[in-house]
Design a protein around this ligand. Structure first.
Ligand SMILES: Cc1cc2nc3c(=O)[nH]c(=O)nc-3n(C[C@H](O)[C@H](O)[C@H](O)COP(=O)(O)OP(=O)(O)OC[C@H]3O[C@@H](n4cnc5c(N)ncnc54)[C@H](O)[C@@H]3O)c2cc1C
Length: 288
């Protein structure tokens, strides 16, 4: 099906984009990679009156380490993350997730920030950013503000962003020198959304876990953190018993539904198994 009629804007500065968004209100939609918005428009699940294409705005495609963290601009594509040498070592969680998203065509165009703004419970970046304790910078004509990732997701396909706000970047704090992560995802076939997936981020200090982050994909109305599991791991020596106990807590944090991808019990068990494996893999990488 063809999308409904819309007006197309191609601003070349953020200020120009903001003034269009102010004028058009919630009848406007930003366009980044278009890999979620355009399919929705073609299915007529979305019929915005105006499209504000961000792709002509310079300076939004920066992926760099700065100010004690990693900054990922609004036009950084999944593909860029897949290939970036920065997303190794302590940022390995991000580098592992990127190639597991969709297929090369989608990864060439789709963006990290677009995924976060889309807030699909099946989206991979949401769980990754929850585990990494990221924060997004949201901006409008009124100025900019920082939204902790925990506050961004408010429900399926619903965020804390106002209709006239854009995510200009997402910032991942430096997890420290002895840190790493892992992303484990089960998909029915290559390119599919997750049946279930688990993002794990670990930092160590003096031989114990100083910080644990665990984010879940596809097993709740939005991406969720397994908080009880994270708290149980903090300060632990990450023994096998601690890993197994945390994995059981992570499974309890999942609220999956049975669907064509699997039963709720199956998905909960996937979360348990992936959390165990993710914790072992992240610990091994952090200690290497
Ligand atoms: C076949 C297929 C398979 C896929 N598989 C996966 C998968 O396995 N895992 C996964 O995570 N995703 C998957 N996706 C989704 C893909 O990752 C999208 O790229 C992503 O969800 C949205 O990013 P985008 O840049 O394409 O956003 P767009 O489609 O351009 O926009 C999506 C939404 O976010 C808003 N938006 C975009 N950028 C901003 C911004 N900077 N500020 C404010 N709002 C903004 C738009 O207005 C729109 O509402 C798949 C998509 C397809 C078509």
């Amino acid at each position: 099906m063809y999308p409904a009629r819309f007006e197309y804007f191609a601003p070349t500065t953020l200020d120009e984009a903001f003034s269009i968004l102010d004028r058009e209100g919630d009848e406007a939609k930003a366009l980044a990679g278009g890999q979620s918005l355009i399919p929705l428009m073609k299915l007529r699940f979305a019929a915005p009156r105006s499209i504000v294409d961000l792709n002509g705005i310079p300076g939004l495609d920066t992926l760099a380490e700065e100010d004690g963290g990693l900054r990922i601009g609004a036009l950084v594509r999944h593909k860029t993350c897949e290939r970036s040498e920065l997303l190794r070592g302590r940022y390995r969680l991000l580098g592992e997730a990127a190639p597991q998203i969709a297929d090369p065509l989608v990864r060439n165009r789709g963006t990290v920030c677009g995924s976060l703004a889309h807030a699909d419970p099946q989206g991979d970046w949401g769980a990754v950013m929850l585990a990494a304790r990221a924060e997004v910078t949201a901006a409008s004509s009124k100025g900019s503000r920082t939204i902790p990732i925990d506050d961004l997701f408010q429900g399926p396909f619903t965020t804390a962003l106002a209709p006239n706000e854009l995510i200009t970047s997402v910032r991942v704090p430096d997890p420290g020198p002895r840190a790493s992560g892992a992303y484990l995802k089960l998909e029915r076939k290559v390119g599919d959304y997750a049946t279930a997936a688990v993002a794990v981020q670990l930092s160590f200090a003096n031989g114990t876990v100083s910080h644990a982050g665990i984010g879940l994909t596809g097993v709740a109305p939005n991406n969720v953190r397994a908080r009880a599991a994270e708290e149980a791991l903090a300060g632990s020596e990450l023994t096998e018993e601690a890993i197994e106990a945390a994995a059981r807590l992570a499974a309890e944090a999942a609220q999956p539904h049975s669907d064509i991808r699997g039963t709720a019990d199956y998905k909960r068990n996937l979360v348990r198994v992936f959390t165990e494996r993710g914790l072992r893999a992240a610990a091994q990488a952090a200690r290497a």
